[in-house]
Design a protein around this ligand. Structure first.
Ligand code: RET
Length: 297
């Protein structure tokens, strides 16, 4: 008896390894959802970089400049991140392991020399997780500096933050076992809990002492809510439980979060810093590793 499913499976289907970077580049460019989720963000990141540079052109206080540079670095990394995705350098088709909702899925190439061909797998924009390891520390540095944190807490937040992103990258790229994908995800969430501890428990106290509680409180809640959103979105998207199984829609979710978590965040931080340079550079222990206030000489 002819098994029609396996017969269907014989219809030419490309192996992800057979794809060139050009296939990926063209696919992203020609898939409307995927393409806009990437290219629009390159434009916004570039625009915000120019805007923030212009806004801060007269800031003379070095500590305020450090906060502003840190917030601007988020946009700068973002241009690199999205360019990596757009060029096809940091994206891949992945064949999901047994038990994953998209096991056996195929994707039709949207453009380029092999337009219309089916590729086995779903597309992963893993370059996002990689570059978050470079952009999100700047968000935390800006938050820590505003809160008047000591170096130890800033270091703790940044180290675990990098851990979130690298283990998130591992979760995305693991194809050996469905369980291992979620194991990496759980490790990543544990690291997130450490960062949340610093944001929710430690820094608010420091910010009260520094007289920056109002702005700190605003931007840390924006951060906590959105970072939680990224975490949930991964679980729902095509790389997680695939409740949202379309790669373009999943990507747009992250891009929408990015617009607020990066650019609205940076705008609030920079705008406040420009107008409060006196408060920003006031604390004598800012950046210190101990609690002691240096004695007067
Ligand atoms: C992943 C999946 C694994 C579990 C967790 C995640 C959290 C990601 C976060 C991303 C924040 C990104 C930002 C980017 C702006 O440049 C990696 C999605 C916990 C918190 C703010």
């Amino acid at each position: 008896m002819v098994d029609l499913t396996s017969f269907g499976g014989m219809v030419s289907q490309l192996n992800p390894e057979a794809l060139t970077q050009e296939d990926l580049f063209e696919h992203v460019l020609n898939d409307a959802l995927l393409g806009t989720s990437i290219w629009i963000n390159i434009g916004v990141a570039g625009f915000t970089l120019l805007l923030f540079g212009f806004m801060a052109r007269n800031v003379g206080d070095p500590r305020s400049q450090l906060i502003i540079i840190s917030a601007m670095a988020v946009s700068a990394v973002s241009i690199v991140s999205y360019s990596g995705l757009a060029s096809g350098l940091t994206i891949s088709f992945l064949e999901m392991p047994d038990g994953h909702a998209l096991e056996g899925a195929t994707t039709t190439l949207e453009g380029g020399p092999r337009e219309g061909s089916d590729v086995s797998g779903t597309i992963s924009l893993w370059g996002r997780y990689l570059t978050w390891a470079f952009s999100t520390p700047f968000i935390l540095l800006a938050l820590g500096l505003i809160a008047g944190s000591n170096i130890t807490k800033i270091f703790t937040a940044v180290v675990f933050d990098v851990g979130i992103m690298i283990t998130g990258l591992a979760a995305a790229l693991t194809t050996s076992s469905h369980l291992m994908r979620w194991f990496w995800y759980a490790v990543s969430c544990t690291f997130l809990a450490v960062v949340f501890y610093v944001l929710i428990v430690e820094w608010p106290e420091d910010a009260k002492a520094a007289g920056t509680y109002n702005i700190f409180n605003q931007v840390r809640w924006l951060t906590v809510v959105l970072w939680f959103g990224y975490t949930v979105w991964w679980a729902l998207g095509n790389e997680g439980a695939a409740v949202v199984d379309d790669a373009g829609l999943t990507s747009w979710g992250y891009s929408a979060f990015d617009l607020v978590a990066k650019y609205a965040f940076s705008f609030l931080v920079i705008n406040w810093t420009i107008n409060n340079q006196d408060i920003v550079s006031k604390g004598e222990t800012f950046g210190a590793t101990g609690d002691a206030i240096p004695a007067d000489d």
